[in-house]
Design a binder for this molecule. Structure first.
Ligand code: AP5
Length: 217
């Protein structure tokens, strides 16, 4: 199964993808996580991406498409769920082209819809584990001990782009460059909208309902 999870910054894509991969045995391919790994490893790609990411701008398509094509090629037979990619119409068109050249296609596009008022609170309250990647929230999804990862005891960190100012820019870029991607897939008749304003567990139930239908076909 090959899935795309769309949604604004803070919609809950990363949180839900972790649950989807656990239930359906897919690989989670998050363009944001891959870029952060490249940065941590000090690669050329990571260095090039840094200033775009820190200001909330999109990293140029040329860098992203190649990076994601490499990740998709390594994905297992069971399939993958894409998180944060594609984020421009050009990325979506190039993804379609590269999948169809290997006889593959996207099976479902799920679009997490969230009200803008709650995005800022979700994002500025996010804390993550630099060791295992677990994601928490200071109010909604607390770690057992404040500031410490439940899984490995590492100190939780805040992403440098999770500030009010940068969130504003990320949302602006989402409206200008990523919302057209939703329309791109709507024109193919393949988008399923999901209300992502409720708590994470309620959103998971809605997503699993859609995906269970797909698996049973
Ligand atoms: P990326 O890492 O993809 O960030 P994003 O899209 O802005 O998404 P987020 O990770 O902020 O949000 P999310 O929807 O995953 O929310 P989460 O589940 O963590 O991209 C970062 C940067 O990389 C971009 O700005 C760009 O520069 C670059 N980039 C990446 N991909 C690119 C591409 N394709 N092209 C060009 N550039 C690219 O949840 C957020 C918080 O809310 C968490 O604390 C969580 O616990 C909490 N939460 C989640 N769901 C709920 C809920 N239902 N109720 C209450 N709290 C919740």
């Amino acid at each position: 199964m090959r899935i795309i999870l769309l949604g604004a910054p803070g919609a809950g894509k990363g949180t839900q993808c972790k649950r989807i991969v656990e239930k359906y045995g897919l690989q989670h391919l998050s363009s944001g996580d891959i870029l952060r790994q490249e940065r941590a490893a000090g690669t050329e790609l990571g260095k090039k991406a840094q200033s775009y990411m820190d200001s909330g701008a999109l990293v140029p398509d040329g860098l992203i498409v190649e990076m994601m094509a490499r990740a998709i090629n390594k994905a297992p037979e069971s399939g993958f769920v894409l998180d944060g990619f594609p984020r421009t119409v050009n990325q979506a068109a190039q993804l379609d082209e590269s999948l169809s050249s290997s006889g593959q296609k996207i099976d479902a596009v799920l679009n997490l819809q969230v009200d803008e008022e709650i995005v800022d609170r979700r994002i500025t309250g996010r804390r993550s584990c630099p060791e295992c990647g677990a994601v928490y929230h200071i109010e909604n999804l607390k770690s057992k001990i404040e500031g410490i990862c439940d899984n490995d005891g590492a100190n939780l960190v805040q992403r440098p782009d999770d500030t009010h100012e940068v969130v504003k820019n990320r949302l602006k870029n989402y409206h200008e460059q990523t919302e057209p991607v939703v329309d791109y897939y709507k024109n193919n008749g393949s988008v399923q909208d999901i209300d992502a304003n409720e708590g994470a567990d309620e959103v998971t139930v809605l997503l699993f309902e859609k995906l269970d239908t797909l698996v049973s076909v």
